[in-house]
Design a protein around this ligand. Structure first.
Ligand SMILES: [Zn+2]
Length: 414
């Protein structure tokens, strides 16, 4: 879907965001091309670009001769406009139960600095807040970027969250985190505006930002981490739901004879596809030694790596465990794809790099067979464009997205 602009003064903010979005995705456009691709009048484009030039967000960058580019018609040479990549930055924090990752993202989506370290396993949210603040300061110091161009801090955290109040509410994989007002705590300590969102939603926002062609308009982002979750973009809108907690796929039943879940059902994703459940399967079958001490995310992660290493060495039992996990996750994906009719599934998260060889071999074809739209079109399944840091990059994109992305929903209120 290609968005078109409107020329009323009440939608000035929307139009400016639209122009900036086009410049950012294209890498450089002339005013004529901007008018053509947004549907805005030449005068509106001229006014907007003037404001953006004065704010130092875009710059004039050389000229293109008519005929050089597809969209160009007759006339004098046209000045290309492009983003000033150092004009704005955002900090992204991904609070994963096992790893804390922080990135500094420039306005064009480039990671200019990153830090990561293990998330403190002690159930002491205050200690984690202090660590986040310290790591942000260290990141900014090493990146040598002033505070002034930094738009704000985004935090991606496991759900559920209280989006309105910026509170993390009892996430199953962060022991001791009960109603922690993380957004305000980090804002107070750093002095920056802070936005908080679910990790899976942040990942979906990152994917949308990194999609230079702007073609990823309806997709499900399957997040493979300590827990499994889903970020959703439908008809080019990020789906957050009424309370900011959309995408909880953990209690979709994929194995009716599977283990009992805290929710009272049997064989939910949360107890049959997570790294912890695959590790337990492998231990029960004697594939991994049943000598593991502890059940914390980092210990599980180490055991999961051992399982993947065995599979990579063609260990038949390890392969079976991963395949069974793949079958179950495929069933859950089919539920989501059939419900929302998305065009693609994008997969990422901390487990993706380790699981991708088996996932890619198994899931796309199996999923295709389960979809009611199989005779209409094939739903593509691909790995993330944003790499292992998708959560942190997404957190930074939340800030840029809030400031820079055109939204028809806000247009209705303008
Ligand atoms: Zn359940």
């Amino acid at each position: 879907m290609v968005r078109r602009g409107a020329n009323q003064p009440s939608v000035r903010g929307y139009n400016q965001a639209l122009v900036l979005d086009r410049v950012r995705r294209s890498g450089g456009l002339s005013r004529v091309e901007l008018a053509a691709s947004t549907g805005l009048s030449a005068q509106t484009v001229s006014n907007i670009t003037q404001r953006l030039l004065e704010a130092g967000i875009i710059e004039e960058a050389g000229r293109t001769l008519p005929g050089d580019r597809q969209q160009a018609g007759p006339g004098k040479p046209r000045t290309l406009l492009r983003l000033v990549t150092s004009s704005r930055y955002a900090v992204g924090v991904h609070l994963d139960p096992s790893l804390l990752t922080i990135v500094l993202l420039s306005i064009d989506g480039t990671v200019v600095a990153r830090r990561s370290r293990p998330t403190p396993s002690a159930s002491d949210p205050n200690r984690t807040v202090r660590l986040i603040t310290k790591e942000i300061e260290l990141l900014l110091a090493t990146a040598d970027v002033d505070r002034e161009p930094i738009v704000g801090i985004g935090i991606a955290a496991p759900g559920p969250i209280d989006a309105e109040r910026g509170i993390i509410v009892d996430p199953p994989n962060l022991g001791g985190w009960h109603r922690v007002p993380l957004r305000d705590a980090v804002a107070e300590r750093t002095g920056f505006p802070v936005v908080l969102d679910k990790d899976v939603t942040a990942a979906a926002v990152a994917e949308r930002w990194m999609d230079a062609a702007g073609t990823a308009t309806s997709f499900a982002f399957l997040y493979l981490g300590t827990g499994l979750g889903m970020g959703l973009v439908v008809d080019d809108e990020v789906v957050r739901g009424g309370s900011g907690n959309a995408g909880e796929i953990g209690h979709i039943v994929v194995d009716p004879s599977g283990p009992t879940c805290v929710c009272g059902q049997r064989g939910c994703i949360a107890v049959s596809c997570t790294p912890a459940s695959l590790v337990e399967d492998a231990e029960a079958l004697g594939i991994l030694p049943a000598t593991r001490v502890g059940n914390d995310p980092r210990t599980i992660d180490d055991a999961f790596s051992a399982l993947v290493d065995l599979a990579a060495a063609e260990h038949a039992g390890a392969l079976t465990v991963l395949e069974r996990g793949g079958e179950r996750i495929t069933r859950a994906l089919a539920v989501v794809c059939n419900l929302l009719d998305v065009d693609r599934v994008i997969v990422g998260g901390p487990l993706w790099a380790r699981l991708s060889p088996w996932f890619e071999r198994q899931v796309p074809d199996a999923l295709a067979d389960l979809l009611v739209t199989r005779s209409v079109r094939r739903v593509t399944v691909t790995g993330t464009n944003a790499g292992d840091d998708v959560g942190a990059i997404g957190a930074a994109c939340l800030v840029l997205d809030e400031a820079l992305t055109p939204r028809p929903a806000s247009l209705l209120l303008a």
